[in-house]
Ligand binder design. Structure first.
Ligand code: DQA
Length: 152
């Protein structure tokens, strides 16, 4: 039944979701995602298989992205956390692996007070960005990846 295998990839400080600054990042953790994906995909939920990985380290994220390429993953939903705004190394990785990637953020980074959060190094190498919907950002990104594969 599975047609699409997607990697949900979380960067630094996203291992404590639900506990970390809940006023900004919300009170739910990644365990809320299957329910939200079902809300968005309905009957088609079974067509999607999700794998999860989180690391606080830039190198481990790059290794996991390279592995996603080798595994022939159909897409990556990537919240790179603060590395979004700093990491040329992650941008370089996304530039060559040729796996469709959606950049996600729980918060609306464009509306936050620190100007640096409005810059994304990885944004040039993703098919789109979803930000500001809490955990629903991830579910919408999953839907966007399905749509991406079916647009032709
Ligand atoms: C974040 C936004 C980033 O600016 C921040 O460094 C994070 C989380 C978000 O999901 O809103 O760690 O990516």
């Amino acid at each position: 039944m599975t047609r699409y295998r997607f990697l949900i990839l979380n960067g630094p400080n996203l291992g404590a979701l639900g506990k970390r600054q809940p006023e900004i990042y919300g009170t739910s953790g990644m365990d809320a995602l299957p329910f939200l994906v079902h809300k968005v995909l309905g009957d088609r939920t079974d067509e999607v298989e999700l794998s999860y990985f989180q690391s606080n380290s830039e190198g481990a994220l790059i290794d996991r992205l390279e592995q996603a390429r080798e595994e022939g993953m159909h897409g990556v939903v990537f919240n790179a956390g603060a590395y979004t705004h700093t990491s040329l190394a992650l941008a370089d990785c996304l530039a060559w692996i040729n796996v469709p990637c959606v950049e996600v953020h729980l918060s609306n980074v464009l509306a936050r007070s620190e100007p640096l959060r409005q810059k994304s190094y990885i944004g040039r190498h993703v098919i789109g960005v979803v930000a500001g919907f809490g955990m629903m950002s991830y579910a919408l990104a999953v839907q966007a990846l399905v749509q991406h594969h079916e647009k032709e």
